[in-house]
Design a protein around this ligand. Structure first.
Ligand code: HEM
Ligand code: CA
Length: 751
């Protein structure tokens, strides 16, 4: 790749100070360091640029060399790391740009202390980068991409075509907070000294969550599925776009590439293991503007909720995953009634794959994260293929591509309907839901916030209060779940870094044990998470009915509540393996989340309180309006200052909003998120003109349990499939009594 620095760097149009024609660049931020050094001429800039590029290319080569020891280059790779072109180029361009920014700051001896990040960003974006360097993607031609979604999400917004597309930067609710104002992870306390280590904070949080009977495990893992559709913090990759495997306990100072969490020799669960080491997230240009800037992280997936983890987030993945007849590739087992996701040629996404029992492949590399997740993947894969079959019967002359696109549209519509009408109302509580989402303008949901401030005692009442009769549940359904919505093209449909990295990492809800049952609902047993976490074996358990037995169990199992406690399996035994020396290797997801947040420059909880119209806390006691006494005491022991508190940690400790699952600041951030990816998604299923009025009505009227009846090998499903069945308001419904979905509204009338 030939990158060349431009001869003129500064965008003269918007800079009045640029006068003398000598291509000198003023740095208002650096005035402290003396007038002369506040200017850089073009030759010096070009030198710096070429060095940054050189370094980056060297770096990539080194990573690849290290990687080769561990990985094969698999041409048939389904997942999105495997897009050998686009993502890799854009990532290295962004990495070089931030390095260049830093070099320039160093040469100019800029003192960024006390710099306002927003101003700095504004200033840095005035730098032009070389044209060829910025062409990490071809300019999209949106003229023929108006009806159906593209695989990458490009052209969803016709005016700003990259918005929401895969392999672009996460959005941010608030600008980043890095130790050096540019890219270095947040590790310092505002009081001086270091923040407490991520593992230390994690160990202070409990491992004994209580159940919440308001939702079941199907609801919990469905949430994980939503999260993975919206967000993939793409790991740093090598020249072949393979995630690097060179992070070790010694990579601590290489924070652009690796995260390292130290483990003390007296750690109660992980002693003997020196550290947890894992790749950092790849960089990306903010708003796709190719300029100098403050570090942003790359979302590998489309930001929309569009089943991109089923269909693929790149053209290449999408092409590999589908068959010529418009269906999605799948595998069949003679003993299983319904199809399975396709097998992966290499066992990249699970650890126990064999030729006969491979890991599953799909549009995202993480679908073996647990076998219930794979089950949800299977549900939407089956939904697509059944829709193709029905549409083909109705419209026999349709071309295969039309079958694929319309089936995909129907499948995404099912998923969006269930998410906004059934899943989110449980997270927020049926009553609050209308306040946050009730078809009002995106700005109005914030009003709800202030009303949620209730004394501690009110939150404590907990589970029993949350039980609502079916009648109440139905009442809420009235208007906001029915009818059309409007697309708002000015809204940017992006996944926010704060939501992907903190608010939506609802790991508090995850259970240790996953039940299995047979199609007639007979319980078989319970499996530990570590037996189905990146392991395929139980998907192929013939006796139990494979994947479907794990989906069945999820309807019955309660989820854990969002109470600052984490299941032991998540907290201290994630991805448990034994290495070649028979040493046990374990991970702590809570510590990883905290360090990931610091790496991504996520501001402290206090900043988001302010954003969510709560007063900033000066003393720890001031957190009392959202966090109970025990939580405050815990925070006070760990952190030196209220401005130090990691967002993920405080959100896990927040008391629930009345009737909902999460706390006030969580709710505020997550509501903001789901409002923008609904309003700003031009092809959202209920937006005017996306479906016909009859199609939309059928989509919203069809009983939700009947959706799942059609795609799971099971006899009975609870009326609300996201809550465990009971004998009163959530009775089991016989699948044989479900009416068929009215596909005939998709019969082409033009023929
Ligand atoms: C079996 C249960 C689960 C396991 C084993 C699991 C594991 C993980 C792991 C290993 C990561 C990456 C951490 C990192 O490197 O930064 C992650 C990220 C994440 N998880 Fe989970 N998780 C589970 C359940 C959930 C649930 C229930 C939700 C939400 C309802 C969720 C939401 C997320 C989100 C939003 C991310 C960030 C995605 C990204 O930006 O890459 N997870 N999870
Ligand atoms: Ca997506």
């Amino acid at each position: 790749t030939e990158y060349r620095a431009p001869t003129q760097w500064w965008n003269t149009d918007d800079n009045k100070e640029y006068k003398d024609g000598k291509h000198r660049v003023p740095f208002p931020q650096c005035l402290v360091s003396g007038a002369k050094s506040n200017y850089l001429d073009s030759p010096s800039l070009i030198k710096l640029f070429d060095k940054a590029i050189d370094d980056e290319l060297k770096n990539l080569k080194h990573e690849h060399h290290e990687n080769k020891k561990h990985h094969y280059d698999d041409e048939m790779d389904y997942d999105n790391y495997g897009t050998k072109g686009d993502h890799h180029k854009s990532r290295s361009a962004a990495t070089a740009a931030i390095k260049l920014t830093r070099d320039i700051m160093t040469v100019l001896a800029c003192d960024l202390n006390g710099t306002d990040t927003d101003n700095l960003e504004h200033f840095l974006q005035k730098f032009k980068m070389p044209e060829e360097f910025c062409k990490y993607r071809d300019a999209p031609d949106c003229s023929e991409k108006k009806t159906y979604r593209t695989a990458t999400g490009v052209c969803n917004n016709l005016e700003r075509p990259y918005e929401g597309s895969s392999q672009t930067a996460f959005g941010r609710i608030l600008s980043a907070d890095y130790d050096d104002h540019l890219s270095e992870p947040r590790r310092k306390s505002v009081k001086g000294g270091l923040l407490p280590s991520c593992r230390r904070v994690s160990l202070a949080l409990g491992s004994k969550p209580l159940f919440n009977r308001e939702y079941n495990n199907f609801w919990v893992i469905y949430g994980q599925f939503m999260g993975h559709d919206m967000a993939l913090s793409t790991p740093v990759t090598d020249t072949y776009s393979t995630p690097i495997s060179s992070c070790t306990c010694d990579s601590k100072h290489d924070w652009n590439k690796c995260n390292v969490i130290d483990i003390k020799s007296d750690d109660p669960y992980l002693r003997g293991q020196k550290c947890m080491a894992f790749p950092a997230t790849a960089q990306a240009f903010k708003n796709q503007i190719c300029s100098l800037g403050v570090k942003e992280q790359m979302n590998g997936n489309t930001h929309f909720l569009d089943l991109s983890n089923i269909y693929g987030n790149t053209l290449r993945a999408a092409a590999v995953l589908r068959s010529d007849d418009g269906t999605l590739k799948s595998t069949r087992r003679h003993w299983a009634k319904l199809e399975f996701p396709p097998g992966q040629r290499e066992g990249k996404s699970c650890v126990d794959a064999t030729y006969k029992q491979p890991c599953f492949a799909g549009g995202d590399s993480r679908l073996m994260i647990n076998l219930l997740f794979s089950g949800i993947q299977a549900i939407h894969l089956r939904a697509h293929n059944i829709a193709v079959k029905e549409l083909h019967e109705l419209n026999p002359y349709w071309k295969n591509n039309e079958l694929y696109e319309v089936a995909r549209q129907i499948n995404i519509a099912w998923f969006q309907r269930v998410t906004w009408n059934e899943w989110l109302p449980i997270l927020f509580g049926e009553e609050n839901y209308a306040t946050y989402f009730g078809g009002k303008g995106a700005s109005e949901y914030k009003k709800g916030e202030s009303e949620h401030k209730k004394g501690d005692s009110e939150y404590k009442k907990g589970e029993s209060e949350h039980k609502k009769g079916d009648s109440e549940y139905k009442k809420g359904e009235s208007d906001y779940k029915k009818g059309e919505t409007e697309y708002k093209k000015h809204v940017a449909p992006v996944t926010y870094n704060e939501v992907a990295t903190a608010a939506f990492r609802l790991h508090t809800l995850v259970r240790d044990l996953f039940s299995r049952c047979t199609p007639d609902g007979k319980r078989i047993d319970q499996l530990w998470l570590h037996d189905i976490n990146a392991k395929a074996k139980f998907a192929y358990d013939v006796e139990a009915n494979g994947l479907d037995s794990i989906i069945c169990g999820a309807f019955y199992d309660y989820g854990f509540s969002h109470d600052g406690n984490f299941a032991h399996q998540i907290h201290h035994r994630l991805f448990e393996t034994t290495n070649q020396y028979k040493q046990l290797w374990r991970n702590d997801l809570v510590a990883i989340n905290i360090c990931r947040g610091r790496e991504h420059g996520i501001r402290s909880y206090n900043a988001y309180r302010h954003h969510c119209k709560l007063p900033k806390a000066s003393y720890f006691e001031d957190f009392g309006d959202t966090i109970n006494y025990d939580g405050i005491e815990l925070l006070q022991k760990l952190y030196k200052d209220t401005d130090d508190v990691d967002l993920f940690v405080a959100l896990a400790l927040e008391d629930q909003i009345p009737g909902g699952v999460i706390g006030p600041v969580s709710a505020c951030l997550i509501a903001e998120q789901f409002n923008v990816i609904r309003d700003g998604d031009r092809l959202f299923y209920s937006h005017h003109g996306v479906l016909t009025p009859e199609q939309l009505k059928e989509m919203q009227d069809y009983p939700i349990h009947c959706f799942y009846c059609a795609f799971v090998d099971i006899d009975e499903i609870p009326l609300n499939p996201f809550k465990s069945p009971n004998d009163s308001d959530n009775m089991l419904q016989r699948c044989s009594e479900c009416r068929p979905f009215k596909f005939n509204y998709w019969k082409d009338k033009s023929s």
